[in-house]
Design a protein around this ligand. Structure first.
Ligand code: FAD
Length: 284
């Protein structure tokens, strides 16, 4: 297997010094894959926003890879959101993942991500990614309504959409076809989650509307939560998924790394993705 896609890697802000060390180990490995950007989540699952900002600014200073800051409309007034965006730009963070977020939308805040994208672009020439949902957002009226909304977010000035994770290639490929039919012509980058702990992934998937196919339950049957065996199966399944997507013309992959060193790196290795010093990777 030998692939050479554009890559991006998502991290969450570490909560303890130990988690911080683990994050940097992971970052060090993944830098060798010469990704287009690293991204850092913001306030996801109730995490501390200050930690997010600290992580973004540290990574911007220390990494050779551009950093994208996730930013949510939720929890901000229009003014505080744009002030923070300006701080990012002044610190050299020129990439934003623009999101609604799951916390409350404030009075005086922006209530539409398309408006948020326009507002961000009015203050600086940001590279902006938005979120997409191959199985529709759990609160969306329909997949068609979701796609129409995605088109508005992209037309407002964002460069690409990063998807929620999914486990079957056909789910993404059908979504990509439907997006083209809906008039979307910007890249829709599949979000890949290598399973590390099947029980945790099941409970999280229920909340975010990603379905777990029956065959996956069989793959993990009899294995222990979070065991090496589960990680091995998780990597094997993700390799199969990515291989199929890349053979179907997908050119970019966004990985949810879960800050676990080795997991995504091993996946990339098995996909035959060259390292930074390999001439095949030099001009990707
Ligand atoms: P929108 O574009 O507003 O919504 C997407 C679709 O969901 C719309 O089509 C709409 O139909 C529907 N929808 C959403 N909310 C509602 C509602 N209340 N009522 C009716 N319909 C609704 N969250 C964080 O907090 N921090 C992060 O760092 C973060 N990173 C993410 C990264 C990626 C790649 C993805 C896919 C998601 C991320 N999320 C994060 C989760 C995201 O904030 C939630 O999924 C949120 O519910 C929707 O955000 P959005 O930007 O897609 O919103």
């Amino acid at each position: 297997m030998s692939h050479n896609p554009i890559l991006s890697f998502e991290f969450f802000p570490p909560k303890t010094p130990r988690m911080e060390r683990t994050l940097w180990r992971n970052i060090g490995q993944l830098e060798m894959l010469k990704p287009a950007f690293f991204s850092v989540t913001y306030g996801a699952l109730g995490s501390d926003r200050e930690h997010s900002l600290e992580t973004v600014f540290n990574m911007q200073r220390e990494c050779r890879v551009p950093v994208a800051a996730h930013l949510t409309a939720a929890g901000h007034t229009r003014e505080s959101l744009l002030e923070l965006a300006k701080r990012f730009y002044e610190a050299g963070v020129e990439r934003i993942v623009a999101l609604r977020g799951d916390a409350d939308l404030l009075e005086g805040g922006i209530h539409d991500v398309a408006v948020m994208v326009q507002a961000l672009r009015s203050i600086a020439d940001f590279d902006i990614s938005v979120a997409a949902y191959p199985e529709a957002h759990p609160k969306a009226a329909s997949l068609e309504a979701d796609l129409a909304h995605l088109k508005r977010k992209l037309d407002a000035g964002s460069q690409r959409a990063l998807t929620q994770y999914f486990f079957e290639a056909d789910v993404f490929l059908k979504f990509r076809d439907a997006a083209v039919k809906a008039g979307i012509n910007k890249p829709i980058v599949p979000g890949i989650l290598p399973v590390h702990d099947f029980e945790k992934v099941q409970s999280f998937s229920e909340r975010c509307g990603a379905s777990i196919p029956a065959w996956m339950h069989n793959s993990f049957k009899g294995t222990q939560a979070g065991s090496i065996e589960q990680k091995r199966i998780g990597i094997e399944l993700a390799v199969g998924l990515c291989d199929r997507l890349l053979r179907e013309g997908v050119e970019q992959l966004h990985f949810y790394t879960l800050n676990i060193p080795g997991l995504t790196f091993e996946l990339a290795h098995q996909l035959g993705i060259p390292l930074a010093w390999d001439e095949r990777r030099a001009g990707f």
